[in-house]
Design a protein around this ligand. Structure first.
Ligand SMILES: Nc1nc2c(ncn2[C@@H]2O[C@H](COP(=O)(O)OP(=O)(O)OP(=O)(O)O)[C@@H](O)[C@H]2O)c(=O)[nH]1
Ligand SMILES: [Zn+2]
Length: 335
């Protein structure tokens, strides 16, 4: 039940009358070089080759474009791909991505009518770091809830990273997330980051947060070469840091990657399936089998009410789960 297909853009075409069986695909590119995508900009992909996403050692950074045979298949930061052509990484060389490997996870947000900025979609992350300032700007619990729903839906572990601890006390905010069992870490500029580093080392973590929460301050402290890495990417893509609208993957000194995304103001959840979120709550899973078909688990005949009333489940957890689920009903940029 847990594993899902993360192919958001594979369109299923039902064969109609008279359609002939598809001929076999072209031969696989056996000599293709594996790599993973660290940045995307206007049809140009920056790809790290020479080692896997979880390996250390020498690597080559190359620029690539999508081969035609990929068709509409989207390639995002974090994707593992196979490349052919000039994979030397020399200046002005251009390789071709001929295959996208199966994704282990996929963080996405729904497009909004009024939002034309590229969606910060990231593949293969194992952790979603929700960066929130304790003050200046004030925390937005509705937004945190929405990001948690996206993480649970995508099967990515959430981590709450509370910044600017010098400005406000974290206890009240933390108590909101305690029943959900969400891990949290409090940091401040110039403070000790070892606890956060422990959580990041060896993993692929996406960082999301509203502009001004101190995400750049954090990224620069975690990856001292971040500025250079980003300007390298921007030298390739011809863009400056602040005009960049897509995510960038940066390697941590002790292993692992952080994927920095542009500041988010809203996070659409139109794509989320309630059942995927509920899977992240194993204590309620079995009870939900007794729910009416299509239950939104917010009330009205929901079997979780009886389950908790009979003392089988934690009432605070049900309240929190319902708060998360109902965050889908609000506007995508609600506070
Ligand atoms: N008081 C305090 N201020 C901080 C802290 N961390 C960052 N700041 C300040 O908060 C402001 C925003 O920090 P940034 O790191 O630029 O925030 P950001 O989230 O990257 O914002 P964008 O660059 O707009 O995406 C800056 O003026 C920082 O100096 C902190 O721990 N405490
Ligand atoms: Zn229900």
């Amino acid at each position: 039940m847990r594993r899902r297909e993360y192919d958001e853009d594979d369109v299923r075409v039902r064969p109609g009358k008279g359609s002939r069986p598809r001929t076999r695909l072209r031969p696989a590119h056996e000599a293709a070089v594996p790599g993973f995508v660290v940045a995307v900009d206007r049809g140009r992909y920056t790809v790290l080759t020479g080692r896997g996403i979880h390996e250390t050692g020498p690597s080559t950074v190359i620029t690539a474009m999508k081969a035609r045979e990929l068709g509409r298949k989207g390639i995002v930061v974090g994707d593992e791909v196979a490349l052919v052509g000039d994979t030397s990484g020399k200046p002005d060389s251009l390789a071709r991505i001929v295959r996208r490997e199966e994704r282990r996870s996929m963080l996405r947000r729904s497009a909004e009518d009024y939002d034309e900025v590229e969606r910060p979609v990231v593949a293969n992350a194992d952790q979603l770091v929700i960066v929130t300032a304790l003050a200046d700007p004030p925390p937005r619990p509705r937004m945190i809830d929405r990001l948690l729903v996206a993480a649970f839906d995508a099967d990515i572990d959430p981590l709450l990273c509370l910044t600017k601890a010098d400005l406000a006390d974290p206890d009240e905010l933390i108590s909101l997330y305690e029943p959900l069992g969400v891990r949290h870490i409090t940091v401040r500029r110039g403070g000790d980051l070892s606890e956060l580093r422990d959580q990041l080392t060896g993993r692929v973590s996406v960082l999301v947060g509203h502009s001004g929460v101190g995400k750049s301050t954090l990224v620069n402290a975690l990856v001292p070469t971040a500025g250079r890495a980003v300007s390298h990417v921007n030298a390739v893509t011809g863009r400056g840091r602040h005009t960049s609208t897509s995510a960038v993957a940066l390697e941590l000194p002790d292993g692992g990657w952080i994927i920095d995304t542009p500041g988010v103001r809203s996070f659409g959840l139109g794509h989320v399936e309630i059942d995927n979120v509920l899977v992240a709550f194993p204590d309620f899973n079995e009870a939900a089998v007794d729910c009416p078909k299509g239950c939104n688990h917010l009330g009205d005949g929901c079997a979780l009410d009886r389950f908790v009333a009979e003392g089988h489940g934690d009432p605070a957890r049900l309240v929190s789960l319902r708060r998360l689920l109902s965050s889908r009903e609000g506007s995508p940029d609600d506070d």
